[in-house]
Design a protein around this ligand. Structure first.
Ligand code: CP
Length: 300
């Protein structure tokens, strides 16, 4: 059984195989053929896309989901992450999908024997988001080598940025960042930093990030429109993008802050395509984790 806590644990060949599996599993439905696997989705931080697309992937594969609500669980009596997960493993869960605010929370869970799929750890990693981003870019361009990808915004606090910078560079993409200096990790070299005006003119992919205010120690954004004009994707900047350039954003989107609201569903935007790809990618990750035989019972 295979955990997935970070894409760093996989080679590019293994990642490519997951993307290929996602393409093959796109339309696969194992309707009514539950194979006895039960998965618990433990979300200690809010989520719409990751939680619901994992649930959709589980339904489409015929896997049972154990309902677990942090708010009404014994976490509120002080039970820790390890004891919670060990309890659910003891009663029969075959795998866990976990999102937690603590970076590298999964290091506490070494005593478990079932796979853990990381659905986001603090500012650390978000491997399934990176996989769906890679699939979206591969579908668009067919390759990664030489592509110019600019990741824009709150790099420092973003697990999506950290996962994507590492894996896109391994695949041969030229990755740049853009955003307020204080939100860019110190170890990112000067030559990889662009202004948003430089970024839009060279990028094949403009990947915008949500400002992670919940990780900013109480700091507030004083004027969202100032942010959009100084660092964000305005309608004027979109017009200066390369003809084939695409816009991505992991969402949720702060409309009118990272991006002009009218661009969220513009022709270049792949934001909803990313979400759609999320289900296929998560099916591939679940199949890998459970070592299911991929025998589509019913294909629609
Ligand atoms: N992109 C993403 O992780 O969205 P959610 O926080 O809604 O899961």
């Amino acid at each position: 059984m295979s955990s997935l806590t970070s894409l760093k644990m996989l080679s590019v060949e293994e990642i490519d195989r997951i993307l290929d599996d996602a393409e093959r599993l796109y339309e696969v439905r194992h309707v009514g053929s539950r194979n006895g696997h039960v998965i618990a989705n433990l979300f200690f931080e809010a989520s719409t896309r990751t939680k619901c697309s994992f649930e959709m992937a589980q339904k489409q594969l015929g896997i049972d989901t154990l309902h677990f609500d942090v708010a009404t669980s014994s976490v509120n009596k002080g039970e820790g992450l390890y004891d919670t997960a060990k309890t659910l493993e003891s009663i029969g869960c075959d795998a866990f999908i976990i999102r937690h605010g603590e970076t590298r929370y999964y290091e506490q869970l070494k005593g478990l024997t079932v796979p853990i799929i990381n659905a986001g750890d603090g500012s650390g990693d978000h491997p399934t988001q990176s996989l769906l981003d890679l699939l979206t870019i591969r579908q668009e361009f067919g390759l990664f080598r030489g592509l110019k990808v600019v990741i824009v915004g709150d790099i420092l606090h973003s697990r999506v940025a950290h996962s994507n910078i590492e894996v896109l560079e391994r695949f041969g993409a030229e990755v740049y960042v853009s955003g307020p200096e204080e939100w860019i990790d110190e170890d990112i070299p000067r030559e990889k930093r662009l202004t948003i005006d430089e970024a839009v003119e060279i990028a094949d992919v403009v990947m915008l990030l949500r400002i992670q205010l919940e990780r900013h120690d109480g700091e507030m954004l004083s004027n969202p429109d100032d942010y959009l004009q100084t660092y964000g994707l305005t309608m004027e900047r979109e017009k200066r993008m390369k003809p084939h350039g695409i816009i991505m954003h992991p969402a949720p989107v702060n409309r009118g802050v990272e991006i002009d609201s009218s661009l969220v569903e513009c022709e270049r935007s792949r934001i909803f395509k990313q979400m759609n790809n999320g289900v296929a990618v998560r099916k591939a990750v679940l199949v890998r984790a459970l070592h299911q035989k991929e025998a589509p019972v019913h294909v629609v």
